[in-house]
Write a protein that binds this ligand. Structure first.
Ligand code: NAD
Length: 514
């Protein structure tokens, strides 16, 4: 098997020239033809396939991920994404016609063309180092953009493998990787981009957004969240426990969209805690540390951060709590807390910590969830239909899984993204194409139409104005109180409140009373 190359940071002084090279490639128009895009995507597919073993090894080295998890959430995910894109690209890239067009407007052949945004910068995060970097990258290629990827330095093996794959598979003038940490990313941000796609913390997201604003560069921000799970007294305690535990043991809880805390109705709390214990022993019969299926915290800094969160909590550890810093092992840990201000609820843990906060009823749970963060990345209500609908209708979030932990985020063709403080913009499936695409409205004015166009040229004579008003105005199908009116009124253009309409209505009423 090939070796994982060492990670070498890109020389700071070379970054402007690299960015300019990729921009020149876009300006040469080479990345626009569909055939070119599809060919690049397919080459990336085989690059990933041929280096699958290296990717599995890299994710094991960086995050202790099991091969199954890496296949499922990283390689397999990207491979399927490429096949999906390559099969659907022609459809996505087709010109669209606007909806509800007046007949006269059709004469101008209006269409919405899907133009590539240009040259884009993609900044990846460490927890799913391949998927969160190559997912947007696949979108950028599909849209006809040229791109630079800056992988997370916190997953160095995966970063190096991606650089190898991209260099070996893709057109190097249009697609390349810049490696590094804050100084290198800052140097990249000093260049001009047509979009910056960032995945990571809200703190750094704010830095990116501020910098981008200086040059009016659009951003997509995929940020974190203090995501609540809510368990009502009607929920199935065993299902809730198994599903929420799964969402916190996958990737050792380093999942942006996993629940950060669990609000549990006091009535079901004992059953839920009992089932958590059962599920933990079912998932890891020999204990999590001995299991080949349980990952590790990415590095000592993140381990210390999680340890500090746990130390600062005034909650009571009910399950787990074992740590081994040398092994970067942190056992899935259930903590009963008594306040939403507890460190485990008030901050995003991004690790295998499961704070449980008892509540008296669903209203209290919804109130707390909206106070902790009113726009998290995900929300996970467990209960009957009426209760889960109530949660959805009284909260906001990037996405939601009913009676599950983050399942919505595992459907690869659903748009994935945050709202408010958990991010802006979405990708995956068709959305990956759209997020790097500009919808360019285009019309073509034929020469023969000039006579009809006379109406738009000065002088604006009363005759022209009258003719235009007659042609232009759409009659409303609502009255001045906002109530819908029958189609006959709107078609006849009477308006419900007009004198004529009132007289006609009175006449009709009188007739029907006869
Ligand atoms: P990270 O350390 O991997 O950083 C993310 C990226 O930001 C890296 O490429 C890094 O080099 C860059 N970066 C760091 N500091 C910077 C700075 N000062 N200026 C410019 N760039 C900088 O990951 P992280 O930020 O610790 O990731 C954890 C957070 O990311 C969590 O909040 C998590 O919820 C969120 N996240 C969100 C998603 C999502 O899809 N919404 C996915 C994964 C992680």
């Amino acid at each position: 098997m090939a070796e994982i190359p060492p990670l070498e940071y890109t020389k700071l002084e070379s970054i402007p020239a690299i960015a300019n090279g990729v921009r020149q490639a876009f300006l040469s128009h080479k990345s626009r033809p569909l055939e070119y895009r599809v060919q690049q995507l397919r080459k990336l597919y085989w690059g990933l396939k041929d280096n699958q073993a290296l990717i599995l090894e890299a994710c094991k080295r960086d995050l202790g991920k099991s091969n199954f998890e890496t296949y499922l959430t990283e390689v397999g995910w990207c491979l399927n994404d490429i096949v999906f894109m390559s099969n659907n690209l022609a459809k996505f890239a087709q010109d669209e016609s606007p909806l509800d067009m007046a007949f006269t407007n059709k004469l101008f052949g209006p269409k919405i063309r899907k133009d590539p945004l240009g040259t884009v910068l993609i900044i990846g995060a460490y927890n799913f180092p391949i998927q969160l970097s190559l997912g947007p990258f696949i979108g950028a290629i599909s849209a006809g953009c040229t791109a630079i990827l800056k992988p997370s330095e916190s997953a160095p093996a995966a970063a190096a493998v991606m650089q190898k794959i991209i260099a070996e598979s893709l057109d190097p003038s249009a697609y390349t990787v810049v490696q590094g940490a804050v100084p290198e990313t800052t140097a990249l941000l000093d260049q001009k981009w047509d979009k910056i796609f960032y995945t990571g913390s809200a703190t750094v997201g704010t830095i990116i957004a501020k910098k981008a604003a200086e040059t009016l560069t659009p951003v997509t921000l995929e940020l974190g969240g203090k995501n609540p799970a809510i368990i009502t007294k009607h929920a199935d305690a065993r299902l809730a426990a198994r599903r929420l535990l799964w969402a916190k043991v996958l990737n050792a809880g380093q999942v942006c969209v996993s629940q950060n805390y669990v609000l549990v109705d006091k009535e079901i709390l004992p059953a839920f805690l009992k089932e958590l214990k059962v599920a933990l022993s079912e998932f890891f019969p020999e204990g999590a540390q001995k299991s080949p299926d349980y990952g590790r915290i990415v590095n000592a800094r993140q381990f210390q951060r999680l340890k500090k969160m746990l130390d600062e909590s005034s909650g009571k550890i009910l399950l787990g709590g074992t740590m081994d810093e040398k092994d970067l092992f942190l056992e899935p840990t259930v903590v009963q807390v008594d306040s939403p201000t507890d460190s485990l609820v008030a901050e995003e843990s991004f690790g295998p910590l499961i704070p449980v906060l008892p509540v008296s009823n669903l209203d209290e749970a919804i109130k707390i969830a909206n106070e902790v963060q009113d726009t998290p990345l995900g929300i996970y209500p467990f209960g009957n239909k009426q209760e889960t609908e109530k949660v959805l209708s009284q909260t906001r979030s990037g996405g939601a899984s009913i009676n599950d932990g983050f399942f919505h985020a595992s459907i690869p063709t659903m748009p994935f993204g945050g709202v408010g403080s958990s991010g802006q913009g979405a990708y995956r499936g068709r959305a990956s194409f759209d997020v790097f695409t500009h919808r360019r409205s285009i019309t073509t004015t034929p020469a023969w139409i000039e006579g009809m166009l006379d109406i738009r040229y000065p002088p604006y004579t009363p005759a022209k104005q009258k003719k235009f008003a007659g042609m232009n105005e759409i009659k409303p199908n609502f009255d001045r109180n906002g109530k819908e009116i029958g189609w006959t009124w709107s078609i006849l253009g009477l308006g419900a409140g007009s004198k004529v309409a009132i007289s006609v209505r009175m006449y009709l009423q009188r007739r029907s009373n006869l």
